[in-house]
Write a protein of this length. Structure first.
Lengths: 254, 254
DNA sequence: ACAAAAGTGTTCCTCTTACACCCATGA
DNA sequence: TCATGGGTGTAAGAGGAACACTTTTGT
């Protein structure tokens, strides 16, 4: 007999990223324990168990909605964390008790979500007792949640290079500077503003609006929107400088 | 009560990629059915159930070893396929019967593996009744295995851009032309040989050996090895031309 | 008037692209 | 000697990097 494991429970944990104009943040909640009081220091990613007849994307969506109040968030699966030891005995006992279930093993699937971090959002999450923390300032989370978060961040970085997901972290109308700050925060780099504008406008991915920033004590910046029709076709790659292999090695002939 | 699903079985399916010098291939096996004879046309990716006290990487490694005879293959997780309908009733019944288990649901985790496709390998897989098929020629696989394969290929492409995994598909010593053919096959592009060599040598990722190709009826090509010390630091990105977003948009200052 | 961030051009130089011929080997 | 793929250089143009001042607003 080959000892097939048949009674795993599957959970989903979401790294929900937001951008406040300066820093990349993620939403953390407090661990529930057998003792119904929150443990102040026991922060974790929002997560939960998958239900019968629910797909993983559905579960992730439900969990992200519970944490943010928003439906239809952008969600992307990252990795699975399956170490049989990732949930210790006490934790497992508590999980079974809390849900009224029995299982020998909990495997978790990581997701990240991207939200527009406005006042409504912070008000909602505050009311739920959740906190937005700078990603760079997070050094400890329960269980393997640090691993799940790091993994989510690295997947996010790569996705931003290959698709327009970055804009899901910005308001519909945004300034060039906001986009630049976002990219600088996500990748931990500095960008030359003049060259950035030149290339950005040349690329055609932004549409100019007639609107300007308001109530700022300096020259107000113009607001732009994403030009969605600039995608799906040809040339548009975020050139994450010298991070990776084969720098400029391929060139398509003709 | 929230109907937490606690009795999922978790399987692993591996897209095992190999490169024959011209085409990217993947290893397919024939489906086992209740009828112990193979069904000739029912091809699938090698896969199997995760066992108790086994992590997913361990399961993937075991499955890939079973298919190829090799330990310590390069393996990478791609995505999870969790649709409750992905395994139909008959299939589920057969799976439970075959393994002597009971479960209501089988969720599968995709992996890809990279192997050096030499004669020893083809001999081994042939003896097992498995077949190497050009990725481009695969149009049908059972269940959702086409999805798992497509997903694996797209993850592989991105990984090749960001890390030196391409070399895991080549022999330890290889020619420049082999590397070029590999990249052309994986990305479906054409590369200018003169410019490719120029950039490749300038990048420092190859180490020249004293050896040459042998037994070819043309000028023998020099063999090179991967210069592993060229990684982990600065500039080396495979520039998959104009595939993606923000083409050349970022530039690190200083 | 001051502070603070927006917005704008040019030069230098590197990197990309396009392209054609001779070379070494086995049959 | 022929067929086959290996191996090589250059010139023209595009695109990247570096860099400083003026403008507009709120206080």
């Amino acid at each position: 007999m080959d000892n097939v494991q048949t009674n795993s429970a599957i959970s989903v944990d979401c790294a929900i990223f937001g951008f406040d104009g300066t820093n990349l943040k993620t939403l953390l909640v407090r661990r529930r324990t057998v003792d119904p009081l929150y443990h102040e220091k026991e922060l974790k990613l929002p997560g939960g168990m998958i239900r019968e007849n629910e797909t993983l994307p559905e579960a992730a969506s439900r969990i992200a909605e519970g944490a943010t109040g928003l439906r239809d968030l952008y969600l992307k699966q990252t990795s699975i964390f399956s170490d049989p030891e990732r949930v210790d005995e006490d934790e497992l006992k508590w999980i079974c008790q809390y849900h009224g279930i029995h299982t020998d093993r909990v495997v978790t699937v990581g997701y990240y979500a991207l939200v527009k971090l406005d006042q409504g959002m912070t008000r909602y999450t505050k009311s739920k007792g959740a906190v937005w923390v700078n990603v760079d300032d997070i050094h400890y989370l329960i269980m393997d949640h640090m691993d799940i978060l790091s993994d989510a961040l690295s997947v996010l970085q790569k996705d931003i290079v290959w698709s327009p997901v970055a804009f899901k972290l910005l308001p519909k109308k945004f300034t060039v500077r906001q986009l630049q700050n976002l990219l600088e925060a996500v990748f931990g780099i500095e960008i030359d503003n003049r060259n950035f504008r030149k290339k950005l406008f040349a690329s055609g991915i932004l549409l100019e609006t007639e609107e300007m920033e308001d109530n700022v004590n300096h020259k107000p910046a113009r607001l732009y929107t994403l030009n969605k029709s600039a995608f799906g076709k040809k040339g548009n790659r975020m050139d994450i400088v010298n991070l990776s292999l084969f720098s400029g090695l391929l060139s398509v002939r003709k």
